[in-house]
Design a protein around this ligand. Structure first.
Ligand code: NAP
Ligand code: GLV
Length: 313
């Protein structure tokens, strides 16, 4: 067994070359194994994974740290062989964060500047001008004020939107009114015109956005979900879209991915969907984060961004 151990990479096939090149740059002395070619399982000390297969962890007795390729780690929790007691580190890297802020701003603008309606007018051959509402009269409510939510809020604040945020603990963020917990959820929802969902999936947040939550938004509100599909009760959202309670939804994440071809979201007139691309982890900057954490681990320092299983994220 090599003294430093090896790193096991499991990633979508079309991204393997970019990741192995980046890892070779950032960790030149680290042997890299590409799943399923593990070679000697006893060598594997670190694993950098996206959607591991059910049996991936079997026999990895020397594993010391598990890195998620994504900010979300629900794909790891879903793996039945995930070993207990080994730290799981979620991905925090600048390009993943920047990409999410871009996605959120793009979709806030879609609804604030009524691009969804202009697209509809174009298809009908209609030349029609709608009122332009100032950004400061448009309230954007962000659920989840972690790395992704705060980065998005910062850009939206520069654009003068009226900002609300909802999280588990109180925040002090310039230009944003902070709401906390189930007690303040109603107040937050009642004022939100464009709801941005950037929560992690946990036992507390699964299907949190249901009929009851959706009906607390003002009629004709918009929804942007870039967190996880299972945060939202899909049938309840379809009902709200059909009734006009929700005037439009930008959806990037779904219960089942790829979204089945017969799913109503594909052809729903007020849904704008993307195939889980709100933001993609950028290998060169991501491996810097991984390499820094490996260095910390080897030096006996605490790892950064370890998942708190008790808290659920
Ligand atoms: P994070 O830094 O862990 O932030 C999570 C936020 O959610 C925190 O503000 C936390 O509140 C809040 N929260 C968690 N549970 C809550 C609850 N029960 N009630 C109220 N607030 C709660 O996570 P992140 O890095 O921002 O990422 C968020 C999620 O975005 C990821 O888990 C992933 O699912 C998703 N994502 C999607 C894409 C994509 O391409 N679609 C890309 C990247 C990430 P506190 O601050 O009070 O702890
Ligand atoms: C993508 O969905 C991520 O969690 O980074």
């Amino acid at each position: 067994m090599s003294g430093a151990g090896a790193l096991l990479l499991k990633i979508d096939e079309h991204r393997v070359a970019a990741w192995t090149a980046a890892l070779a740059d950032a960790l030149p002395d680290m042997p890299i194994r590409i799943w399923p070619d593990i070679e000697d399982p006893n060598e594997i000390r670190y694993a950098l994974l996206w959607k591991p297969s059910a049996t991936l962890f079997e026999g990895l007795e020397s594993l010391e740290v598990i890195f998620s390729v994504g900010a979300g780690f629900d794909h790891l929790l879903a793996c039945p062989t995930l070993p207990a007691g080994i730290p799981v580190v979620r991905m925090v890297e600048p390009e993943l964060t920047a990409g999410m802020a871009e996605y959120v701003v793009f979709n806030v603008l879609r609804y604030h500047r009524r691009m969804d309606q202009y697209q509809h007018f174009q298809r009908q051959g209609v030349w029609q001008v709608l009122d332009q509402i100032p950004a400061h009269d448009t309230t954007v409510g962000i659920m989840g004020l972690g790395v992704m939510g705060v980065a998005s809020a910062r850009v939206l604040a520069c654009m003068n939107y009226r900002l609300l945020g909802w999280s588990r603990t109180r925040k002090t963020i310039p230009g944003l009114q902070s709401f906390v917990g189930t007690e303040e959820l109603g107040q937050f929802l009642a004022q939100t015109r464009i709801l941005v969902i950037l929560l992690p999936l946990s036992r507390d947040t699964r299907k949190l956005i249901d009929r009851d939550v959706l009906r607390q938004l003002p009629r004709g509100a918009f929804l942007i979900n870039a967190g996880r599909g299972e945060l939202v009760n899909q049938p309840d959202l379809i009902e709200a879209l059909d009734s006009g309670q929700i005037a439009g939804a930008a959806l990037d994440v779904f219960d089942d991915e790829p979204l089945p071809s017969e799913h109503r979201f594909w052809r729903h007139p007020t849904v704008a969907l993307t195939p889980h691309i709100a933001s993609l982890t950028n290998p060169p900057t991501a491996v810097e984060f991984v390499a820094e954490n490996i260095e910390r681990h080897r030096a006996g320092h605490p790892l950064r961004y370890v998942v708190d299983f008790e808290r659920g994220y």
